[in-house]
Design a protein around this ligand. Structure first.
Ligand code: PMP
Length: 383
């Protein structure tokens, strides 16, 4: 009997080859399936098999600790990407970087007796607000836009600032806007895949994730590189109380993936990811350049420490703008053209902007490009 074929969203038929002409281009989520072909090329060496009797203990009780081996692999990947200074710093694992963001707020908020105010400069990744609101304690609360605080006479005492660099949604390399704040640098996208690396990052708290490095968002593994011992210990306490450590199975998978990343001279994944993201960006840029109605963000070419040359942009997202005065809700305009994006207001910006993800599968990207071309071609004609 033939197996029943599970087709991708936009296809049907016995061999999934029939394209559904009305299918929407979904560019909403940041699911990093653009790396799937890389892992198909390394299917065998990246596979993990664990016998039932293996690694049954709690994380703290496992004396055959793979954690240190995993730390060493993480340090090696950073030294190849030349994107972070790790010497003399502590490493904490987390269930995705999502949990590390929360642990970092918790750890920093214990530094002072008065409640910390948590801020981020707009447009910002929405989870900083939603998560801080959700976990709010007497020690901290979300205050909003860092740029608003910067423009007041407030000295910014006891402030925690999330700094996303490069930024989600617009891909710009950022620095903290409040000089006296305790900054949490979210470095999820600070890989040659998505940005030039002008210099290795050297902030007090830097948070990374395999979600955007290898694409394994479902494994839920991230790490923080922390300078201050007390902050590190507070973050460890958070994980001990919340989770009793990060799953051994997850650590084992992350280790196997990083082993493959480090094969050869360890640069293959960076070349693969950069080429793919740059190609996607160039195709979108070229399409939008024919439009008078829409624009996308500009990212200047910059010197890259990894490629040792000036290189162009390859961001994870398009920060798409509707320029016509009447197009105040750009997501509606895109929706009418069968394109699903994420509205600017979710990033504490205007709905004149929409975030379009470039991280998804090849099929998703091709459909997005096709629908955008249709939309731009119609501009001078029927509309
Ligand atoms: N920070 C930023 C800026 C992100 O865009 C994302 C994922 N979209 C995360 C953190 C969360 O990543 P993780 O899968 O590691 O929890």
């Amino acid at each position: 009997e033939k197996p029943v074929c599970e087709c991708n969203t936009c296809y049907e038929g016995p061999d999934c080859s029939q394209f559904l002409p009305d299918c929407a281009a979904n560019a909403d989520s940041g699911d990093p399936l653009f790396l799937e072909p890389f892992w198909m090329q390394h299917a065998e060496s990246s596979a993990v098999l664990v016998a039932g009797w293996h690694r049954m203990s709690y994380v703290f009780a496992d004396h055959t600790s793979i954690s240190q081996v995993l730390v060493n692999h993480i340090l090696k990947v950073h030294s190849i990407a030349r994107n972070a200074i790790t010497k003399g710093k502590y490493i904490v694992f987390g269930v995705g970087s999502t949990q590390l963001l929360s642990a970092a707020v918790f750890a920093l908020s214990l530094k002072s007796s008065s409640p910390a105010r948590v801020v981020a400069a707009s447009p910002y990744y929405p989870v900083y607000k939603t998560q801080t609101d959700f976990f709010e304690t007497v020690h901290f609360e979300f205050q909003g836009d860092a740029l608003v605080l910067k423009n007041t006479s407030d000295s910014g005492e006891n402030v925690i600032e999330f700094v996303t660099s490069p930024n989600n949604p617009d891909g710009h390399l950022r620095k903290a806007v409040l000089p006296s704040a305790n900054a949490i640098y979210d470095r999820a996208y600070y890989w040659p895949h998505f940005t030039a690396i002008p210099a290795p990052a050297d902030e007090d708290i830097m948070i990374f994730t395999i979600s955007k490095l290898t694409g394994h968002a479902g494994s839920r593994f991230g790490w923080a590189i922390v300078k201050d011992k007390d902050v590190y210990l507070n973050m460890c306490e958070y994980f001990q109380l919340a989770e009793m450590g990060v799953s051994r199975d997850t650590q084992l998978r992350a280790l196997q993936l990083l082993k493959v990343v480090l094969e050869g001279d360890g640069s293959e994944i960076f070349h693969f990811a950069y080429e793919k993201m740059r190609d996607r960006w160039e195709k979108i840029s070229q399409t939008v350049s024919f439009s008078k109605r829409f624009t996308i963000q500009e990212i200047p070419p910059q010197y890259c420490n990894f490629f040792e040359k000036i290189r162009g942009p390859s961001p994870a997202y398009v920060w798409f703008k509707c320029e016509r005065e009447e197009d105040t809700n750009c997501n509606d305009v895109l929706g009418a053209a069968n394109i699903i994006g994420r509205s600017g207001s979710l990033f504490n910006s205007e709905d004149r902007y929409v975030r379009l993800s470039l991280l998804k599968s090849d099929d998703d990207f091709h459909l997005l490009l096709y629908r955008l071309k249709e939309l731009v071609a119609r501009e001078d004609g029927t509309e």
